[in-house]
Design a protein around this ligand. Structure first.
Ligand code: FE
Length: 191
């Protein structure tokens, strides 16, 4: 794991998205990790989610880009990419950014449990990964989940995650979102 002493972490992450992210498909969907990240952040911005959640939307699947070897999800195993990504980013960003990332899989388990029609709306690939990720929450698990800090934003972000799979959709590029990351980085450094 690379630790940055100076502060080019934002550039490093944006670069990772633009290089490795442009090479890797988003699971079994029709978009790359980069396109998925940009579409998710674009939707979060257009729907006025808070700035740290927009940063989270851009970075929520960064875990998929951090595996040294093959992503375990390709072998039908859960690689807990949400924890890998959130643990990595928590060295540089506050919980306002990392919590929705850590919770983006659980948010799917939550919505599948409490919202009628949500599960049916998921893509086949996403239904399949839900199974590997533990399936829908029980009623009690769902109640406990939504009580925790930042979870309402995490769940809103999840909806955009599910929508961010459109082939050839036009979005702003990564640099458009740099100010959100810079701002988030600043609040970590001054907390
Ligand atoms: Fe995603």
């Amino acid at each position: 794991m690379i630790l940055f002493m100076n502060d080019n972490i934002v550039s490093y992450i944006l670069d990772l998205l633009q290089t490795k992210g442009a090479d890797i498909q988003y699971g079994n969907e029709d978009v790359t990790q980069l396109e998925h990240a940009l579409q998710c952040a674009d939707l979060a911005e257009k729907n006025n989610l808070p700035n740290p959640t927009i940063a989270a939307a851009l970075l929520h699947d960064i875990g998929h880009l951090l595996y040294q070897d093959e992503d375990p999800i390709h072998k039908g195993k859960d690689g807990y990419h949400e924890n890998l990504g959130a643990d990595y980013l928590s060295q540089y960003f506050t919980e306002e950014v990392t919590t929705p990332i850590r919770a983006h899989v659980d948010s799917k388990r939550y919505l599948s449990s409490v919202e009628k029609g949500y599960y049916e709306s998921l893509s086949e690939a996403s239904k399949l990964s839900l199974k590997v990720q533990g399936g829908p929450f029980t009623k009690e698990e769902a109640e406990n989940f939504i009580k925790k800090p930042f979870m309402k934003h995490a769940v809103e972000m999840r909806r955009f995650d599910d929508m961010a799979k459109i082939q050839n959709k036009k979005t702003p590029d990564v640099n458009h979102f740099r100010p959100y990351l810079d701002e988030a980085r600043q609040s970590y450094l001054t907390k």
